[in-house]
Design a protein around this ligand. Structure first.
Ligand code: SAH
Ligand code: SF4
Ligand code: F3S
Length: 437
């Protein structure tokens, strides 16, 4: 009888991509995907612990599948990802969630298949968390799930220890993948017809630092941008302290590099940036933005911001607010600071009350909404490149480099997917209406 898997993914693109690896391993064992958790023989929770809300969601969802295990004692429930790797969490799953059979961390995800087989053979629960990272494992089955976009890891881990952040504790130190391995993978993906290749790392700008031979991110980008084929390279995330002029120049001049730059600023106050251990100033950040605006055609800049970090006064917050207005971001991901166990900021005095965090994040997000509305208006009349992805009888559906959706009258015949220049004619809700030129 056909066996089914169901994977629930939380958190960032890194996790989305790792779920593709989990799916690959499950498929190599003969499982196929089900969209209905009730039909699954294996349920995997690929977890995130970046904020408390993420963890509460995970715990609630894992608690809720207890009834499925009761109905089907052969059901295998596995938990992996950042939350499993967090101090004390595996023990919590063991004690409080006895219906969970397999718990593994971030460093041994590539061995999930072995643990699953081991559990099936012995029926002994597997709680296996490695305390530190090992060498990068290149040899993992993968089942890609995001249409025309393919995710590619270029590095793992983070060395930055921003004082609020749990990631360095659950993802280990920075390890870059060999450039030759990345290029081989990207070439293969282009040959398979993927149009967007998105390079993933917690801080892509420090790619290659660990090789200590001068290899850097600008080099990698340039090599990839010179490959043959019809594709665009995207990447995330950039840390402002490591974004070099060389990288900005590559983005500005290489046609196959996406012009989307996600540059998390976190705060517009130097006092707060220092407390966050971000290692740049607002002035430096603004100089990067100026360089981008001066040199990159059709740039799209987005950011992450944390409000309510300890010691953040109304004045600090307004500095952030004013920076958002000044930079005129195409997108703002605003978060309320959430204390994470074991981080430096958790121990800081002057924690900001929840209602103030709420008010600040709402104020910031409504500003961002206004900015985006205005930017959409200004797109009317512009000619931009879009990836035309799907069609129906009357329209083509496309996405711009920045991810905005575009609807185009079907005046020509195209073989999809394909890149095409389109002229924006109007806006309808949050969709852009365009025509071919
Ligand atoms: N490596 C990336 C992304 C890290 S996580 C980077 O450095 O930009 C994504 C975002 O979550 C961060 O940019 C930050 O804005 C937010 N974040 C991280 N820890 C947080 C915390 N403890 N509370 C609230 N937001 C947090
Ligand atoms: Fe977290 Fe900072 Fe590393 Fe990003 S750079 S993952 S925010 S510690
Ligand atoms: Fe990503 Fe969450 Fe881990 S944001 S790196 S899945 S803690």
């Amino acid at each position: 009888m056909q066996k089914h898997y169901f994977i629930k993914t939380y958190g960032c693109q890194m996790n989305v991509h790792e779920s593709e690896k989990l799916a690959g391993m499950l498929r190599s064992l003969g499982y196929t995907e089900t969209e209905n958790m009730e039909n699954a023989d294996v349920i995997v929770f690929n977890t995130c612990c970046i904020r408390d809300a993420a963890e509460q969601k995970v715990l609630g969802n894992i608690g809720a599948v207890k009834k499925l295990k009761k109905l089907n004692p052969d059901l295998i429930i596995a938990v992996c990802g950042c939350m499993s790797q967090e101090n004390g969490r595996a023990e919590l799953f063991k004690q409080k969630y006895p219906h969970v059979s397999i718990v593994i961390g971030t460093h041994n995800l590539h061995k999930f298949k072995d643990y699953l087989i081991q559990y099936q053979q012995t029926k002994k629960k597997v709680f296996e968390i490695w305390q530190s990272e090992k060498d990068i494992c290149e040899d993992v089955d993968m089942y890609r799930t995001s249409n025309n976009n393919a995710w590619v890891n270029i590095m793992y881990g983070c060395n930055n220890f921003c004082t609020y952040c749990i990631v360095p504790y659950v993802r280990g130190r920075e390890r870059s993948r060999a450039m030759a391995d990345i290029i081989t993978e990207v070439k293969q993906l282009i040959a398979e017809g993927y149009k967007y290749i998105t390079l993933l790392g917690q801080n892509v700008n420090s790619y290659g630092n660990d090789f200590k031979d001068g290899t850097n991110f600008a080099q990698l980008l340039t090599e990839l941008a010179h490959l043959d084929g019809d594709f665009r390279i995207k990447f995330m995330t950039s840390h402002p302290k490591d974004l070099t002029t060389e990288v900005i120049n590559a983005i500005a001049t290489e046609p196959k590099l996406s012009k989307v730059i996600h540059l998390p600023v976190q705060s517009g106050s130097n006092k707060i940036l220092k407390l966050m251990n971000r290692n740049y100033t607002v002035e430096h950040y603004k100089s990067l933005i100026k360089q981008i605006k001066d040199t990159v055609p059709n740039y799209f800049i987005s950011t992450d911001i944390i409000v309510g970090f300890p010691h953040e006064t109304e004045k600090d917050f307004m500095d952030t607010y004013n920076l958002v207005q000044e930079v005129n971001y195409g997108g703002v991901f605003g978060f309320m600071y959430s204390p994470r166990t074991g981080t430096i900021a958790e121990q800081m005095e002057n924690q900001v009350p929840q209602d103030i965090k709420n008010a600040r994040v709402n104020k910031l997000l409504s500003l961002s909404k206004e900015i985006i509305k205005e930017q959409n208006k200004q797109l009317v009349g512009k000619t931009l490149e879009a990836l035309v992805e799907t069609e129906d009888d009357n329209y083509y559906y496309a996405t711009l480099d920045c991810g905005k959706n575009v609807i185009i009258d079907k005046t020509i015949n195209l073989t999809l997917p394909t890149f095409k220049n389109v002229k924006i004619k109007a806006i309808s809700g949050n969709k852009l209406i365009a025509e071919f030129i």
